[in-house]
Design a protein around this ligand. Structure first.
Ligand code: PLP
Length: 448
């Protein structure tokens, strides 16, 4: 039964009903968002229109979940879905992981929040551990990826200012990147669609084509202070940045007195089979943004930096009311307990290898549907021939959830704890979805 308090439902869901025959707004493929598996049962909750009081900034699918367990999500009527979206790379340990649940509930019984006016032992412990496991000397905790990016931008600008070069506030970024939804993060991304109508973008970002070293060199002026990049571009289509390009950026930064910022909000915390994706390249940044999997589903973000890069961030220069609060820190420490072990990370690598091999077979069998399998570890993408949105819909009809990305890519972001049962289910679902898409998109007989 839906979790709507009796008596409140009529008031809360009193908005105009959406025509179920009409495609959901924003559904590029034009398939009704209500499209479900033939066996799917509709819950009472799902027959109600989305509350008109919820700002309609998302084109939501009419699907709600009551609980989760491992890689599976369950609707109120008990229908189960394989979750290869993981809340967009957040639920790295799946749903309702007993260790995380215990850490959260034990902390909840002791202390939730005190503010950073006082010491927070969990935050000190997490900072020590993240620094021990990375290039960094210091960490700042916040609540989301975009807030971590804001912190990273501020840290880079402040570094240049206290180094006697306040004019070096500009940051070179890359076309097709995604850094979040605050005004500075959007301006760093430079995506006109997301900036339109929100007034002047934040000044100081210069986008260049990804992979183009000459363009990066040209974009660097006496006002440039940093270069920011995702080692694996997630939203931009799961593009693994060539290690040689990262090395060249590092060298350029060292030669020109610039800071290198890595956005590992999506790629960090085990997703690629290393704790941080930069480890695969051997290139270390000066500053790094983290979020998503760091809290395993509890909102938390972090900015890590070397002590040199962070030298301007003294008392009073930055803050966050909720950042690093005891609840978030208890969960993030528990996430690290599990993910930051050799055994766990090598398990992720092996799982990713097995899954990638099976996906390569599917690509060979459905060459007219899947153009390419790409990614690093369990941050994977299928570049599609038909629209990626069509594949997302077809997989949902197979009770498998995946998000799309740029460059016509369907992302596969399973919880890192998946095993052969989940891989088999996913491969079968993708196989059947591809077969249907191949039929739908087959050239019409007799067509010119
Ligand atoms: N950076 C990257 C690489 C991301 O993928 C995202 C979100 O998808 C963000 C930043 C923004 O994170 P958040 O949505 O937590 O603000």
């Amino acid at each position: 039964m839906p979790k709507v308090p009796p008596g409140e439902a009529a008031h809360f869901f009193s908005g105009p009903a959406r025509d179920p025959e009409k495609p959901a707004p924003g559904n590029a493929y034009g398939v009704s968002a209500e499209r479900r598996h033939p066996r799917a049962q509709t819950t009472m909750f799902e027959t109600m229109p989305v509350s008109p009081h919820l700002l309609p900034t998302y084109a939501r699918v009419d699907l709600a979940f009551e609980r989760g367990e491992g890689a599976w999500l369950f609707t109120a009527s008990g229908e189960r879905y394989l979750d290869f979206a993981s809340g967009v790379a957040v639920n790295a340990l799946g749903h309702a992981h007993p260790v995380l649940t215990k850490a959260l509930t034990e902390q909840a019984q002791k202390l939730w929040h005190v503010s950073n006016l006082y010491r927070i032992p969990g935050a000190e412990r997490l900072a020590d551990r993240l620094c021990a496991a990375s290039f960094a000397d210091v960490a700042f905790f916040c609540n989301s990826g975009t807030e971590a990016i804001e912190g990273a931008i501020k840290m880079a600008r402040k570094y240049q200012a206290v180094s006697g070069k306040p004019e070096r506030y500009r940051i070179v970024t890359f076309e097709g990147a995604f850094h979040g939804r605050t005004l500075a993060a959007l301006s760093a991304t430079g995506n006109k669609k997301y900036l339109d109508g929100f007034g002047p973008p934040v000044e100081g970002f210069d986008q260049v084509a990804y992979g183009d070293l000459e363009a990066v060199k040209k974009a660097i002026t006496p006002e440039t202070g940093a270069i920011m990049i995702e080692p694996v571009m997630g939203e931009g289509g799961v593009r693994v940045v060539p290690h040689g390009f990262l090395r060249a950026l590092r060298q350029l930064c060292d030669e020109r007195g610039l800071l290198l910022i890595f956005d590992e909000v999506q790629s960090g915390i085990g997703r690629t089979g290393a704790l941080f994706a930069y480890e695969h390249s051997g290139v270390t940044p000066d500053i790094m943004a983290l979020a998503k999997a760091l809290g395993g589903g509890f909102p938390v973000g972090a900015v890590l930096g070397t002590s040199e890069a962070a030298k301007g961030m003294t008392a009073g220069t930055h803050g966050s009311t909720f950042g690093g609060n005891p609840l978030a820190m208890a969960v993030a420490n528990a996430v690290l307990d599990i993910i930051n072990t050799k055994e766990f990370l090598s398990q992720v690598q092996q799982t990713a290898l097995r899954f990638k091999q099976r996906l390569a077979e599917l690509r060979d069998r459905h060459a007219g549907v899947i153009a390419e399998v790409r990614g690093e570890g369990l941050l994977m993408g299928l570049r599609m021939v038909p629209p990626a949105a069509a594949m997302v819909d077809e997989l949902r009809a197979e009770n498998m959830l995946v998000p799309a990305a740029g460059d016509n890519v369907v992302r596969l972001l399973p919880p890192l704890i998946i095993g052969d049962t989940e891989i088999d289910f996913a491969v079968d679902a993708i196989d059947r979805a591809c077969a249907r898409l191949a039929q739908m998109h087959a050239p019409k007989q007799g067509a010119a």
